[in-house]
Design a protein around this ligand. Structure first.
Ligand SMILES: NC(=O)c1ccc[n+]([C@@H]2O[C@H](COP(=O)([O-])OP(=O)(O)OC[C@H]3O[C@@H](n4cnc5c(N)ncnc54)[C@H](OP(=O)(O)O)[C@@H]3O)[C@@H](O)[C@H]2O)c1
Length: 458
């Protein structure tokens, strides 16, 4: 693929990525999420002449959307922006709405603002839970995408519609190229399955046929829907792999959600997981959240000058791979330096033999937990360690598919786009996975989890 840079109205390519955003407004869904917060912060921090960022937020758990916007800005990832560029925050414009509702359930005056002003839509909102009812996953991910696209099509001067998918939207394949694959199921088949079987786990496993879960399948369905229904919208799909804490800016180590690798590494370092099902040589495809968000900003600015759809895999495995085992060992090494663990941790055992995994789980996890509980009982305290084992074992089993499958995730399109960045833009929007030094990143990852996710509980 050739990357031709998007041109200004005078026909010249934008010199800098941030120039593209000058005087433009963007619409972000999923702004309160892990990626969304970093995306908004990076846009405001680096694209200083951006006009406005419209952020879709729903009311939730008794909190109104205005309060939720404030809660979002109270997160430490915005501290640097607040300290150095406080006025930038005024560019955030709240749009109250819910992607599961037709027209996003937004006020007609808000809809008009979007229609009149927005140049780029970043659709990031989704449910990323692997254990969730199939019906709800379809409601949020599929119907949500349909509704966001319906609205985007009404926007007068839309330049790009960017959809956040996942590298694992085709997790039933071993080679994952930057292309849209044929849809795994029709929407009618999916809804008829849900009507007939609900969340029957055995039937679901048969139905999803090689996919690890309904989340990844839903993302494949969304990609196909986006492709088939984009009309004349210039469309980009960015597929991150496993998104991990901030590497560089704005706050190294920052992370705010327990997902896949984060929870697994943390469980290993806390002595809760000592054995996982997998192949020691299988690569864990991680990409820091700031790298993903910088890449998204670059992609929307210069990633699709044609009318065709373009797909970018934002990932590390093809250019700078690290195995699950090495990632876990580096993380554990840092954790041991700080001595923060519940049960004495040890380097994780990785095996493709289910029998060995079960046996080692009994010897290395269940037995010490039982003995630790016995000791607590003898002291007159309540037992807790066997109970603590349940979640890590469940998580390990949920991730089994990923820790045992050798994917070849291609990223030529992404690399080519990154190559178009000059030295200054590379420094401002670091996104080249080859620049991740795992030796120092994994200890940072560990310190970030201890500081931002585990700290409140200690
Ligand atoms: N995290 C990863 O490792 C990863 C990897 C690959 C791809 N991705 C993709 O990246 C995107 C962002 O993921 P993330 O990690 O940032 O997820 P996240 O932290 O769970 O955030 C999800 C966002 O979606 C919003 N949302 C959910 N349902 C909504 C609804 N009905 N109406 C409006 N907003 C709604 C949430 O808003 P509330 O705050 O209101 O719930 C939140 O802002 C997703 O599309 C995901 O598939 C993530």
């Amino acid at each position: 693929m050739r990357i031709d840079l998007i041109k200004t109205s005078q026909g010249k390519p934008y010199e800098r990525v941030s120039d593209y955003y000058a005087g433009k407004s963007v619409f972000v869904t999923g702004g309160t999420g892990f990626l969304g917060k970093v995306l908004i912060e990076r846009l405001l921090y680096n694209c200083t002449d951006i006009e406005s960022i419209y952020v879709l937020i729903r009311g939730k758990k008794g909190f109104k959307s205005e309060n939720r916007l404030q809660q979002m800005l109270d997160v430490p990832v915005f501290d640097k922006l607040k300290a150095l560029k406080p006025n930038a925050l005024k560019k955030i414009i709240l749009i109250e709405g819910d992607i599961t509702k037709p027209d996003l359930d937004i006020k007609s005056s808000d809809e008009q603002k979007l229609i009149d002003n927005v140049s780029v839509v970043f659709h990031s909102a989704a449910t990323v839970r692997f254990v969730e009812s199939f019906e709800n996953i379809m409601k949020v991910n599929f119907e949500g995408t349909r509704h966001v696209m319906d609205l985007s099509k009404k926007i007068k001067n839309l330049e790009t519609f960017l959809y956040l998918s996942t590298c694992f939207s085709n997790a039933n394949k071993l080679v994952i190229d930057e292309t849209i694959y044929p849809k795994p199921k029709t929407i009618d088949e999916v809804y008829s399955f849900i009507d007939n079987y609900g969340d029957n786990s055995e039937a679901t496993e048969n139905f999803i046929n090689g996919y690890p879960n309904t989340y990844t399948l839903s993302k494949a369905l969304c990609e196909n829907y986006v492709d088939e229904n984009r009309g004349t919208m210039k469309t980009i799909i960015v597929r991150p792999s496993i998104v991990t804490p901030v590497l560089k800016e704005p706050l190294p180590g920052w992370q705010d959600s327990w997902v896949a690798a984060t929870a697994t590494f943390s469980d290993i370092a806390r002595g809760l997981t000592k054995v996982i099902y997998g192949d020691p040589n299988v690569v864990c495809d991680m990409i820091p959240v700031d790298y993903v968000c910088n890449f998204i900003i670059v992609a929307a600015a210069r990633g699709n000058p044609s009318d065709d759809i373009i797909v970018y895999n934002s990932c590390s495995s093809s250019s700078n791979p690290i195995t699950w085992k090495r990632g876990a060992d580096l993380y554990l090494g840092e954790s041991l330096r700080h001595g923060k663990y519940d049960l004495k941790p040890r380097p994780v055992e990785v095996s493709m033999s289910q029998l060995k995994v079960n046996l080692l789980t009994f010897i290395l996890q269940t037995t010490p937990s039982f003995l630790a509980d016995l000791w607590l009982r003898l002291k007159g305290e309540s037992p807790k360690y066997l109970k603590m084992q349940k979640r890590p074992v469940l998580l390990r089993d949920i991730l089994k598919y990923f820790s045992s499958t050798s994917y070849h995730i291609k990223s030529e399109n992404s690399q080519k786009l990154i190559e178009t960045l000059d030295k200054r833009d590379r420094a401002m929007f670091p996104c080249d996975p080859r620049t991740i030094a795992w030796q120092t990143y994994m200890p940072l990852f560990c310190r970030g989890i201890q500081k931002y996710l585990l700290k409140p509980k200690q």
